[in-house]
Design a protein around this ligand. Structure first.
Ligand code: 13P
Length: 335
């Protein structure tokens, strides 16, 4: 078994998933200001290090995605990657530099960050990172995503993944088809299938080792502004069908983003997916908001209450862990 495959399997091992705390400073500022906390380096570190020192890190979290600022910070003389590794989780780093306007299709986005990436990766490896993340975003409308956006983002994701494997790390490949919009779940199914298939065409073409990567997709959902209501069973059925038809069997793990679902929805849908999953794919979480929202709210009311904040975070992490094994129930979540 290759080192990359071992790392990928460790991140998605049974009952574990990924904690995404790689919000850029801009995004983190919006999150903190929404709960009336000043966004400065000290506060960003304070909240994040409370999460990284939580008990649930040991049994629920296989990997943590960091942002450039955080991977270089220290907490009680320990570097953040050391603190994370101590719990048994793998430290990771977001390496794209954001989604920018796509030339000639101005309402769409292309993710940037390839220039100088090889050198940045060497540095992140030295700082302790063993996996990385790159996110491409696609919105759905009658015109979009265009073939252009699907092709260029797949090309960039594959170039990224190839450089990351060369540097000895596992790439998380994240093509996110956004939930915003009034499209149906069927549209989301069709577009997500097209986007993921194109990504794997490019990954294979660029000789990326499929056993040494993790796919981070969206679930198949109706648009947030559509009136369509579908059950968790239907979401699970469409999501599984989409992934089983589009993802090569060598891929060791699929870790979903929460993408604006509530904590409860993201947990319930992951659980239903795992109850119905008959494939060999490991299906787990790589949640940002759906793991942090309640903890952030609690903390914002008393930023010195580390223990109380951890209790709230531990509960969410435990619920996601149960959902990743199809063992979650609404009763346990409410208890
Ligand atoms: P959400 O779970 O909040 O969508 O964040 C996951 C992520 O890493 C998006 O890139």
């Amino acid at each position: 078994m290759s080192e990359l495959n071992k790392t990928a399997l460790k991140i998605v091992s049974s009952g574990k998933g990924v904690l995404a705390t790689d919000e850029s400073t801009g995004t983190m500022t919006k999150r903190l200001e929404s709960v009336m906390v000043q966004s400065n380096e000290e506060n960003r570190l304070k909240f994040r290090s409370i999460l990284f020192s939580s008990k649930s890190m040991n049994n629920c979290i296989g990997g943590v995605i960091l942002y450039d600022e955080t991977i270089k910070q220290k907490c009680n003389k320990e570097t953040i990657p050391e603190l994370i590794s101590k719990s048994g989780a793998v430290p990771g780093i977001k390496v794209d530099t954001g989604a920018k306007e796509l030339a000639r299709s101005k309402e769409e986005k292309i993710t940037e960050g390839l220039d100088g990436l090889r050198e940045r990766l060497k540095n992140y490896y030295k700082l302790g990172a063993r996996f990385t993340k790159w996110r491409a975003v696609y919105s759905i409308s009658d015109k979009y995503p265009s073939k252009l956006a699907v092709n260029v983002n797949a090309h960039a994701l594959a170039r990224y993944a190839s450089l990351v494997q060369e540097a000895g790390m596992v790439p998380i490949v994240e093509p996110e088809v956004l939930m915003e919009g009034n499209h149906s779940a069927e549209d989301c199914f069709n577009k997500t299938s097209e986007v993921i298939k194109k990504c794997f065409d490019e990954l294979i073409f660029q000789k990326v080792d499929l056993k040494g990567l993790i796919l981070k997709p969206n679930m198949v959902l109706p648009g947030s502004k559509s009136n369509q209501k579908i059950s968790s069973d239907e979401i699970s059925e469409l999501t599984l069908k989409c992934l089983i038809n589009s993802v090569p069997s060598e891929v060791p793990g699929i870790a979903f983003l929460s993408g604006g679902q509530s904590e409860l929805e993201a947990t319930k849908n992951l659980n239903t997916i795992n109850k119905h999953n008959k494939s060999k794919f490991k299906m787990t979480f790589s949640y940002g908001r759906a793991l942090q929202q309640s903890a952030l709210k609690h903390w914002s009311n008393n930023i010195d209450d580390a223990e109380g904040t951890q209790k709230v975070f531990n509960h969410r992490a435990n619920m996601c862990s149960l959902a990743s094994m199809g063992k979650w129930t609404e009763e346990v979540d409410r208890a």
